[in-house]
Each structure stands twice: as C-alpha cells, then as structure tokens.
Design a protein around this ligand. Structure first.
Ligand code: IPM
Ligand code: MN
Length: 352
C-alpha cells in the first residue's frame, strides 16, 4: 500500500492534480497495486488565510510518504518569491531532494518550434542539481537602498553535493540505456572555481562508468545545441541555476508548459513530482488547462516508486492521446477539456 501526499497548491494546480489522480486510480487497478492519498492545503490561499507559509511539522510529516504529488505553487495576490521559497524550495531543501529530473521528450503529434525535428530527435533528460548552487541563498546585502548598496549572491558547490548529483546522472544514463552519453553542462571558461570542481568530479566518477560516453558543453553552447541539434543529447547534468534555465528552453522544444513534467528526487528518501509550468492562475476553474504535464509527473512518480509497468503504460497513454486526439498542447486549444484529457488517458490505461 503506497502512501502518497497530494499538494494541489495554487491556481490550476488542483485541477491538473485531479486528472493525475484519475490516471493513478486506473493504473492501480490495471497493475494491481494499492495506495492511499492525503491532501495538504499548502499554497497561497492557506497563506493568505492563516499567515503561515508552511507548518513547522510539514517536512517531517511528508517524509513518511512514499511520494509527493504537487500541482503548482504561485498566487497572484502573494508577492513573488514568498511561496516559491517558503514552500517549493523549502521542501526541496528540507527533504534533501538533491536531483531535479527533467525529461525533454517530444511526444508524437506534438508541435515543436524546432524546424525539421521530431520525436526521434528530441528525447533527452536533464539532471539538475537541486539543493546547492545559487539557490543555497548564500550572500547578503550591505547599505541597502543607498547609492553604495552592495549585493552579493554566491554559488555554493560542495564536493559531496556535486558528486552525488553526477553519480546519479551516470547511473540514470546507464539505466536509461539509450545513447549512453552524459554531457556535463557548465561554464569552465569563466566560473573557474565552481565548474573546476564539477569537471574534476565528473571525470573522476566517469572512470567508474566506462560504458558511458562523456561530453562537455558550456551552458551558452548547450542552449544553441538544444535548439540546433537536440539529437546530440541523451542525459545532461548541470548545476541548479543552469538547470533551471535550460529546462524552460527544453520544455518549449517539447511542446511547452502544458506537457513538461519533472521530479524532485531524493534517491534515499521521499521524492516530489510536479508539472513544471506553474499555477497559470488566469485559467483557474475553467477546465481548459492541459493536464498532461501533471499526468507526466504522475508517470515519473510511478517509475520512481517501482511501478514500472504502470509507468510504461501511462507513457504509452500520453503518446496515444497526443498522437491521436489533442489539437494543441495549449490551454483552451486542445479540442478537449482538462477532465476529458484525463478521462482519455485513464481510459487508455484501463483498456490496455
Ligand atoms: C522551477 C521553478 C522554480 C525554480 C521557482 C518557482 C522557484 O522555476 O521549478 O524550475 O526556480 O526552481
Ligand atoms: Mn524554472
């Protein structure tokens, strides 16, 4: 019996999570596993009502689950940064979810802005470090608001943090078993302290993986190749900030935020899965947002808890729906409502 914590969150988060749970139910029946869910009301509404961003006990409580399924965090009436830092980043850090796994996969039938590229060209995974770098919050400000103001924001890179991320990427690349190529994305020509550490750790760990081809690209060049030659990539490993930036680019090449999913992974603990697109508050309650990103996150959740058969089935169901049903990935242009898309995916799983 799997225990799954559900955080619908803000805006359209609860609507897309509902469709993910529909698919989970179909998958559990089909593949004979059982689960229970519990809802947590973390998000902007709760904060505006109670003044509390995240209860002190939240992380300890969430640690008891097999997985966390998250909709979206971000509320138009709350100053940007408060909920993102106070909920999303806080959970990533306190649950030590040191990997942010972001597949960039073009499903059949989905439009990409990359001319001449198809599903066989756009299929790679970004392994983003998720607890260090510029996100660690190191730095400070002096003489704020004066002409002499000084702001320092430092990137923290620990040997341990970098190495465990790189090791995960090598393992993932081996298990994925596609092109067996791991690219380190960095900036060794300018960030000569941080990426020197990354580069040394990368090539040291690489010795343990002779079956994996290694490659290196500066982050600026990486963005060029992601557009021009995405088929060169299999798995990319990079730091927190670069990973944040390049995965939004990746998401656009796979059809946009309606379909991009990600997982905040603690390989030794509890992981949290989310559509990466945000809360899209203007579409709240309209039943027009695309739930496939949330369903893709659910697919990653199934894979991580060890339900491979169910995960493969959900992946096939998404491909069936994109390939045969949806007119577009964008909210309001799919040709179907949010709940109809969830129904079609769940039905495919049930009939498989
Ligand atoms: C993401 C988001 C978050 C990040 C924000 C909301 C804090 O952009 O998950 O990529 O920067 O990590
Ligand atoms: Mn981001």
């Amino acid at each position: 019996m799997y225990k799954i914590a559900v955080i619908g969150g803000d805006g359209t988060g609860p609507e897309v999570v509902k469709e993910g749970l529909k698919v989970l139910e179909a998958a559990s029946k089909k593949c004979n596993f059982t689960y229970e869910t519990k809802d947590y009301d973390f998000g902007g509404d709760r904060y505006l009502r109670t003044g509390e961003i995240l209860p002190e006990t939240a992380a300890d409580e969430l640690r008891q689950y097999d997985a966390i399924f998250l909709g979206a965090i971000g509320h138009p009436d709350v100053k940007p940064g408060i909920l993102e830092k106070g909920i999303l980043l806080s959970l990533r850090f306190s649950l030590d979810q040191y990997i942010n796994l972001r597949p960039v996969k073009l499903y059949p039938g989905v439009d990409t802005p990359l001319k001449g590229k198809g599903p066989e060209d756009i299929d790679y995974v970004v392994v983003r470090e998720n607890t260090e770098g510029l996100y660690a919050g190191a730095g400070g400000v002096l003489k704020k608001g004066t002409p002499d103001e000084v702001a320092v924001q430092e990137s923290i890179n620990t040997r341990k943090g970098v190495e465990r991320c790189i090791r995960y990427a090598f393992e993932y690349c081996r298990k994925r078993n596609k092109r067996k190529k791991l690219t380190l994305c960095g900036k060794t020509n300018v960030l000569t302290f941080a990426f020197d550490l990354w580069e040394r750790a990368f090539y040291e760990v690489a010795k343990e993986y002779p079956d994996i081809t290694t490659d290196y690209a500066h982050v600026d060049a990486t963005t060029m190749w992601m557009v021009k030659n995405p088929e060169w990539f299999d798995v990319i490993v990079t730091d927190n900030m670069f990973g944040d930036i390049i995965t939004d680019l990746g998401a656009m090449t796979q059809g946009g935020m309606g379909i991009a999913a990600g997982g905040n992974i603690n390989p030794e603990g509890v992981s949290m899965f989310e559509p990466i697109g945000g809360s899209a508050p203007k579409y709240t309650g309209m039943n027009i947002i695309n739930p496939l990103a949330a369903i893709g996150a659910l697919q990653m959740l199934l894979d991580t808890i060890g339900e491979q058969k169910a995960a493969d089935l959900v992946d096939k169901a998404i491909a069936y729906v994109t390939g045969n049903k949806l007119k577009s990935m964008s909210a309001g242009k799919m040709g179907y409502s949010t709940s109809e898309v969830g129904d079609m995916v769940a039905q495919f799983v049930a009939d498989a």
